[in-house]
Design a binder for this molecule. Sequence first.
Ligand code: ADE
Length: 225
Amino acid sequence: MRIDIFTLFPEWFDWLRRPRHLANAAVSADLELRCFNYRDTSSLPAGQVDDAPYGGGPGMVLRVDVVAAALEAVYDGPAERAREGRRVVVLTPRGRPFSDAVATELAALPELVLLSGRYEGFDERVHAHLASDAVSLGPFVLAGGEVAAMAIVDSVCRRLPGALGNAASLDRESFSPGLDGGTEHPHYTRPPDFRGWRVPEVLTSGDHGAIEAWRAAHTGPAPVT
Ligand code: ADE
């Protein structure tokens, strides 16, 4: 899988290459993570990338010509064709809410492009003519799309073959179909008694049937979306 991130802060993504599941995915799923800075390909003076919104108002808007130039520098042909044959996802609070189901969908793609914006977001023509869709990390406003891109990359990459030490971790984790979208039961480990805070006895009983029953009883409901 190849993931391309367009951003004004490519260096923020350096640490994202370090976690084990990403390193594993880079080897076993041939994951390639590339970052591109809109400023590097802007034809405007001093690498300008944004401008004041028409009609007035606070904040700055990422320009459509700047985003188009960035896409054209990386992909062959006109920018509006970049979304043909690959997903070009804008990160914005106006997008489709991110979820485990969206992560699974994106992880099945051979190629994914994430467009991060700062300021007031993108000129609407980016959405209309350059992107295939838009995703939001949640109903809150971030200072930009970078943190959303990182969360999406993390969540997508742990689904790639070989990313996790034990792929079965994905089968019955929170929000998975294996738990009907619910949240996983609580976990305990040694010591069995810490300051009088005891591990539920059933978990140390060795009775697998009883343990399964306890876990099922402590699985949380699916969140309301
Ligand atoms: N950019 C700013 N806020 C965002 C959000 N909630 N999700 C994705 N990108 C964003």
